[in-house]
Design a protein around this ligand. Structure first.
Ligand code: NAD
Length: 396
């Protein structure tokens, strides 16, 4: 099917699908939350703060379920089997905030139950799984928003406009970094409450209950892509969004496990990505001694633009000289914006889209593209080689 320009423009702004149950702006949307741990607990509070109603909660760990229940309206129903939650009538959308290995199976079941879904990042465990998930969503008319909240932050949207308008010139290099300090090793003490370990494992390989794996599933390949996809999906998405670069054409990665016995994934690493027109590095240090923050620095011809949790700053390059070592140490700060959004902006966008049936700010294709580079870098790290992606999308 081909569309002429006017049809194309009309299609681009038309709602995806208007169901008979479409709600008006004043109706309260009801949701069910699967996974009420750290992020799920926060999302539960955020969605309620912006007027949605928590009607169902599911978790396999009782203490987290009880805590979320105490932060939800009286009468909220609780489950340990998420398929029972999906069968509860009256839920307008489902929030999924479980470990990464549960994202695909839970998304498929939620779509089969005809639910809209707010699904946490990173999207998938592998490039192939990303493609299957995109296909599954596009076979339905459901709204699916992925929890990459930078897509709804106005200072990041401002940066995109500045870059598109040529404010920093052609970008040749981008440096993304995340520096935190985690205390390791993790506690192997028995869990404080009841856990349904079999449901936690889901499709992951069988093994006896391990409190460390439950507490820090991000440290193990069975349940996640480690710190690489966990934070990399956020930052590499911004890199690719700002530069319109698509996913990388190659990736390399060096990593170390520093003072974190028993954990499988690197907590200090440096990945390098090649794009057709630029290079990007992605460095994570969870043993840092300073800079406890994330940052992305876009090096244009004329100006460097930096994004971090303080907002946006732009520094003008003073210009080349014959003797660079005589140059001023700092470039001139020419623009600064410390404006911060309400943290609920991305969840508000979900509510708006459930009502309007428009595409949300972070559709599934964006999330698949964002996590592709980090998946390639994980393969590069685990197989000690450079990983390439050809024009057909094949990875070798
Ligand atoms: N967008 C963000 O900024 C952000 C921040 C933190 C975490 N996250 C994402 O949120 C997800 C959860 O991370 P977290 O830090 O909250 O981890 P967590 O371990 O604190 O919470 C995960 C919860 O899922 C529950 N769970 C596991 N298997 C389940 C099952 N089969 N059924 C029901 N519940 C199950 C666990 O018991 C736990 O309560 C991850 O995908 C993570 O990447 C996103």
């Amino acid at each position: 099917m081909t569309l002429n320009r006017r049809q194309f423009a009309a299609a681009a702004i038309a709602p995806l699908f208007v169901p008979s149950r479409a709600k008006g702006a004043n109706d309260r949307l009801a949701y069910g939350l699967i996974g009420s741990g750290n992020r799920g607990g926060g999302l539960n509070r955020s969605f309620q703060k912006i007027g949605a109603q928590c009607a169902a909660l599911c978790d396999v760990y009782k203490p987290y379920l009880e805590k979320a229940k105490s932060q939800s309206p009286a009468g909220v129903k609780t489950y340990t089997d998420y398929q029972e939650l999906l069968a509860q009538p009256g839920l307008d959308f489902i929030v999924i905030a479980t470990p990464d290995h549960q994202h695909a199976p839970m998304l498929y079941k939620a779509l089969a139950a005809k639910k809209d879904v707010y699904l946490e990042k990173p999207l998938s465990l592998s490039p192939a799984q990303s493609l299957e998930m995109v296909d599954a969503v596009r076979k339905t008319k459901q709204i699916v928003q992925i929890g990459m909240q930078r897509r709804s932050m106005s200072f990041i949207r401002d940066a995109r406009k500045l870059i598109a308008d040529g404010a920093i010139g052609k970008i040749s290099l981008v440096k993304a970094a995340w520096n935190w300090h985690f205390n390791m090793p993790l506690s192997a003490a028995p869990l404080e409450g009841e856990l349904d370990w079999q449901r936690f494992l889901g499709n992951a390989p069988q093994r006896p209950l391990d409190p460390v794996r439950f507490r820090w599933w991000r440290g193990f390949w069975d349940y996640s892509g480690g710190n690489m996809t966990d934070q990399g999906t956020h930052l590499m998405d911004v890199v690719q969004w700002m530069t319109n670069s698509g996913a990388p054409i190659s990736a390399t990665c060096q990593g170390r496990i520093v003072n974190a016995p028993g954990v499988e994934v690197p907590n200090v690493f440096d990945a390098a990505f090649e794009y057709p027109d630029l290079l990007a590095t992605w460095t994570l240090n969870y043993r840092t001694t300073s800079d406890f923050d994330w940052s992305i620095r876009f090096f244009g011809e004329d100006v460097m633009l930096q994004l971090d949790r303080h907002g946006l700053r732009m520094y003008r390059d003073p210009g080349g000289v014959d003797a660079p070592w005589t140059q001023k140490v700092t470039a001139d700060l020419i623009r600064e914006s410390q404006e911060q959004d309400k943290p609920e902006a991305h969840q508000q966008n979900m509510l708006d889209c459930v009502r309007s049936r428009q595409e949300p700010n972070c559709p599934i294709e964006v999330a698949a593209q964002a996590v592709l580079g980090p998946h390639m870098a994980n393969i590069a790290y685990r197989e000690s080689r450079k990983v390439r992606r050809d024009a057909s999308g094949a990875i070798s």
